[in-house]
Ligand binder design. Sequence first.
Ligand SMILES: Nc1ncnc2c1ncn2[C@@H]1O[C@H](COP(=O)(O)OP(=O)(O)O)[C@@H](O)[C@H]1O
Ligand SMILES: Cc1cn([C@H]2C[C@H](O)[C@@H](COP(=O)(O)OP(=O)(O)O)O2)c(=O)[nH]c1=O
Length: 213
Amino acid sequence: MRGSFITLEGGEGVGKSTQARALAEALRALGLEVVTTREPGGSEGAEMIRALLLGGPEERWTAEAEALLFAAARADHVAKTIRPALERGAWVLCDRFLDSSLAYQGGAGGLGTDRVRAINLFGLGGTLPDRTLVLALSDGAERARARDNDAPDRIGGRPADYHDAVAAAFRGLAGEEPERIRCIDAHGAPEAVTERLMTALADLLPAQQITPG
Ligand SMILES: Nc1ncnc2c1ncn2[C@@H]1O[C@H](COP(=O)(O)OP(=O)(O)O)[C@@H](O)[C@H]1O
Ligand SMILES: Cc1cn([C@H]2C[C@H](O)[C@@H](COP(=O)(O)OP(=O)(O)O)O2)c(=O)[nH]c1=O
């Protein structure tokens, strides 16, 4: 049986990477094979594109070229890493995916979500997340600043109003697709957040064997 494809989304510093690790452990404890991966990146070619996208000056790419590079990296990542894992029955837990492009390039970047979705769908071959967990946190920017020692990457360093627009775009996407996209409160201890994420995945989990006592 095909595995489930789960994506973690949200702005900078909201705890996606931390939760990807914790959630993978929680799912493995249920006996599932779990592959964790991230975007941009997750395959050899996509990691090379990541360096092109996140390094260098702001004016390195036009808005259109930036969106196409994210889509190209994603097409390679899906074909080389995500789809093979799902087909052998593994669960895939991906730190950022298509909704990041919709929120950053489409919403905050002004290209529009429909156009950004269209260039991405071309490369995805129908592989889309079964569930998307958007982490919502008021002080993510501060956590990201502390983590990055005030040296953000090319996109993380954009002004606060860009990142506010990203957060608003994620909320809008969740409103449009409430079955797939769930907004999760990311405040509090990491363990508490992981529990909320597991609750939001409950309907996808295999039924637990109940052994009569
Ligand atoms: N629940 C939490 N409480 C306090 N700090 C946290 C929590 N989750 C993550 N962090 C810390 O906040 C920073 C950003 O977390 P990270 O997982 O890297 O976020 P993201 O991947 O969303 O950018 C890291 O330094 C991490 O250790
Ligand atoms: C996947 C993706 C990421 N990004 C941006 C978000 C981040 O600023 C940057 C790198 O992501 P990431 O390394 O996950 O940053 P963080 O841990 O701070 O959340 O790339 C896009 O703009 N569009 C996309 O499609």
